[in-house]
Design a protein. Sequence first.
Length: 142
Amino acid sequence: MGKTHLAAGICRSLIALDRTARFFSATTLVQELQRAKADYALAKALTRLDRFALLVIDDIGYVRKDEAETSVLFELVMHRYERRSLLVTSNQPFSEWENVFCTSAMTVAAVDRLVDHSTLIQINGESYRRKRARRIDRSSAG
């Protein structure tokens, strides 16, 4: 089981328990928040997301240092801190998150809030997609 699959399973399990949860790819969520910010409605969009007990942000490592992108993501992390739950997946360790946020101060502040009161799960091993692709390659070569 990979990080996205695990995050989706947690999200679905909460919903099955009548809890509110929403799953976003990081790119989709950032685009939605950027639109809200452009419309001067970021605060309203963040408050609207508060209706979800859990917000999943999948593959945060693909957001890259663009100040417009990372500033709305940073605002979301700050807004939800100690209010509502976030589940964040990444293909990078925290030590490489300076590639995500545009300043080291923003990176430190975001990571600090994300790990406070958190459970960290590290998944090691080869990607399931890569394993499946290798199996398909072997079976079609034979």
